[in-house]
Design a protein around this ligand. Structure first.
Ligand SMILES: [Zn+2]
Length: 278
């Protein structure tokens, strides 16, 4: 893998948004980037590609209205010492799960948020996201990010996917997303999956060693936002979504097996996490 033109930008807790820059003319092209909404998403949903990524981007920083968690998260991210990390530190919108999941409606900025104040912050964040991600993804060939239904249905995961997708039309990289889902996001995953949305599939094993090591650090600093009983599956699937300009024929997700995160608990290894799309 070529080295990352941006170098190591592990934040170090200055509180300021990390500056971004385009790769220098003539620099080796970036192979790949992992782009996630929040710290800890990288090991929960994209641990497989994490180790070989030339750049890792955390989009959001402080959780909305939770100063204690914000401080804990900053300490945890500093302790990760994750190489090739860029923190955008955009404050969370607070929209979290505030959408109509029974009848989800996608928008340009993500998903329709039903809380007016959160929606205003959410929409403003979309513009900031696109502007800050553009120079970081300019030289990418592959971008690994959240799936279009936001794994377990987090509005900001959907927003990050849509910001990356908006830039794909401009920059031409291939998006890769994983097969995680939950009951909340299932109707949206089904709706999205009926339309052609992928061209190739890769089954990989999560990087358990890295995932567990970083999860311990998040927990130690009180910044782990997921179940303490989480177990990573033996395999996860990544779907490739090349830009429309590439001209490859996309396929629907019908018949594909998604992985229900509610079944990923270490005390219930017999529970099946498989959910097949019709
Ligand atoms: Zn997240």
């Amino acid at each position: 893998m070529p080295s990352c033109p941006g170098g190591n930008r592990n934040g170090g807790g200055t509180g300021a948004a990390a500056p971004v820059e385009a790769p220098a003319r003539g620099a080796a092209p970036l192979e790949s980037a992992v782009v996630v909404a929040h710290p800890d998403d990288e090991i929960l949903w994209l641990s497989g590609p994490l180790g070989s990524a030339d750049r890792v981007v955390f989009c959001f920083g402080d959780p909305f209205g939770r100063p204690k968690l914000a401080a804990a998260r900053r300490r945890a991210v500093a302790a990760l010492a994750l190489p090739r990390l860029v923190e955008l530190r955009i404050p969370e919108s607070g929209a979290r799960f505030a959408a109509d999941w029974g009848q989800p409606r996608l928008t340009r900025c993500g998903i329709d948020v039903i809380d007016a104040a959160a929606r205003a912050r959410y929409e403003a964040n979309f513009t900031i996201l696109v502007d800050r991600l553009r120079p970081l993804l300019r030289a990418c060939r592959d971008v690994y990010t959240h799936n279009p239904w936001g794994e377990y249905g987090h509005t900001e995961h959907i927003q990050v996917y849509r910001a990356v997708a908006a830039l794909q039309a401009e920059l031409g990289f291939t998006i890769w997303f994983g097969n995680y889902v939950a009951a909340r996001s299932w109707p949206l995953a089904r709706a999205i999956g009926r339309a052609p949305c992928w061209t190739a599939r890769r089954t990989i094993a999560p990087d358990l060693a890295t995932a567990r090591r970083l999860a311990r650090l998040y927990r130690r600093h009180g910044a782990w936002t997921w179940s303490r009983f989480h177990r990573w599956p033996a395999e996860e699937v990544l779907y490739a979504q090349p830009s429309a300009a590439a001209g490859d024929a996309r396929r629907a997700l019908s018949g594909e097996v998604l992985c229900d995160v509610a079944a990923l608990r270490w005390w219930a290894p017999w529970r099946t996490a498989a959910r097949r799309l019709d």
